[in-house]
Ligand binder design. Structure first.
Ligand SMILES: Cc1ncc(COP(=O)(O)O)c(C=O)c1O
Length: 439
């Protein structure tokens, strides 16, 4: 596929081949799969994806913030094929090997050092492992998390997830002892707070809980997303997590930074927690760390590593081919992709803020680096969420050859591959501008 400079839509969407696959999909696949719009990929190159009917799309979602290096990056392909030719699997839970040890050393260094590393295959596995580390180390029964959070959908992580009750419906009882507090959302502050006071109001609420029903000495950990992902790409007020960490330390509560979506360079730094100088006890990575190869990692402080051999493990976790893809990804991040995420991300945010003037129902533009949320409202004064408008924007963007994804009640998330160029970002802005004008 040529490195085209423009999306190209040649058929009605979905085209005939996509339609045929979607019909077969509907007949055989689990009804739990979501299909926000009918896109069926055939191949990709750079930030461009071609569907099975030969239509070409500019990818602004990277398979939910996963394809850090885009499609078919030669350095990732080389690393993967080299490792696959050596050996593809030997169960890292039982047998050590060099690719994963190198990756653990590298992740440790990139995250500030002092950690031990456990590998899984997915974000939810990282969360499950973290819950077990917390339980084993603290013996405490409670965990604090945030409403709007997404930490996964297996039964342990699901107890922490609260971005949408549909994820939980029908699956109770979940892991006991999880208490949620509202996330400090500056655009839609809870408890009637103003954007400036929202952080303090939530901190006061946590203290109130500690006084009235939740003994802080029995809370093992606070799980948090440094920028909330699935909840709507929400950036918390500066300093909020520093103060929460200080409060947690007072009671020996561990801080677990779920960087599954925001980490791996997406915000312009390796960890989104770095922006506030946070020093979490446990860091969770997945999604973007492997450029599409399934791998996750939990990094936990040396002093938390008291569990014995066999206490936790998995057959596939830390697969060497995925580890090689991850090493190549980290090389590319350090060689310039993190810097690119910061600069192209700022360019996109500025562009969308200019478009807001012409389309005020784009109520909020927020994010960091290439983690950008566009929040749609019925009225910019009331800020009432407009899910229908958001979905229609996504649909019209798709018709124009742009791939985006919904998040939260009324947000469209943009999380393109970190290789996106300024010209490609400008093209995305131009096309989204046309979408907004069409209303
Ligand atoms: C912050 C966060 N944590 C955990 C997960 C779960 O990851 P996975 O879907 O790989 O299980 C996600 C997925 O969206 C996420 O965004």
């Amino acid at each position: 596929m040529s490195q085209s400079k423009h999306p190209e839509i040649k058929t009605p969407l979905p085209g005939p081949k996509a339609q045929a696959i979607l019909e077969r999909d509907k007949a055989v696949l689990s009804t739990s799969y979501v299909r926000p719009y009918p896109f069926v990929p055939a191949r990709g190159e750079g930030v461009w994806l071609e569907d099975v009917d030969g239509n070409r799309f500019l990818d602004l979602m990277a398979g939910i913030a996963v394809n850090t290096t885009g499609y078919a990056h030669p350095r990732v392909l080389e690393a993967v094929s080299e490792q696959a030719a050596r050996f593809q699997h030997l169960c890292f839970s039982d047998f050590s090997s060099e690719p994963q040890v190198s990756l653990a050393e590298r992740l440790n260094k990139l995250s500030g050092g002092g950690f031990r590393v456990y590998f899984g295959n997915s974000g939810t596995e990282a969360v499950e492992a973290a819950i077990k580390v917390v339980r084993y180390h603290t013996h405490r029964p409670y965990i604090l998390a945030f409403t709007g959070a997404f930490h996964g959908r297996t039964l342990g992580s699901l107890a922490l997830t609260s971005s949408n009750s549909k994820y939980r419906k029908g699956f109770a009882p979940l892991l006991p002892g999880v208490v949620h507090v509202p996330y400090p959302h500056p655009y839609r502050p809870p408890f009637g707070a103003s954007p400036d006071e929202v952080g303090q109001v939530i901190l006061d609420y946590v203290k109130h809980l500690f006084r009235t029903k939740l003994p802080p000495e029995e809370v093992g950990a606070i799980f948090f997303e440094p920028i909330q992902g699935e909840g709507g790409y929400i950036v918390p007020p500066k300093g909020f997590f520093n103060e929460l960490s200080e409060l947690a330390r007072r009671y020996g509560i561990l801080m677990v930074a779920d960087e599954v979506q925001a980490g791996s360079g997406r915000t312009g730094r390796f960890l989104a927690s770095e922006y506030d100088g946070l020093d979490p006890d446990i860091v969770l990575l997945a999604k973007g760390m492997g450029s599409g190869y399934p791998i996750s990692a939990i990094l936990f402080k040396e002093e938390l590593s008291s569990w014995p051999p066999g206490a936790h493990g998995t057959t596939f976790g830390g697969n060497p081919v995925a580890a090689a893809a991850s090493m190549a990804t980290l090389d590319l991040l350090e060689e310039g992709l993190m810097a690119n995420a910061a600069s192209v991300g700022a360019r996109l945010m500025d562009g969308f803020r200019s478009l807001q003037a012409e389309f005020p129902r784009l109520g909020d533009v927020r994010g960091r680096g290439l983690m950008i949320g566009l929040d749609f409202v019925k009225d910019p004064q009331t800020r009432e969420e407009d899910a229908e408008l958001r979905d229609e924007v996504a649909r019209r963007a798709f018709e124009k050859g742009l791939l985006t994804l919904p998040a939260g009640p009324s947000t469209l998330r943009l999380s393109p591959p970190l290789i996106i160029s300024e010209a490609e970002a400008d093209l995305a802005l131009e096309l989204m501008g046309e979408v907004f004008k069409s209303f």
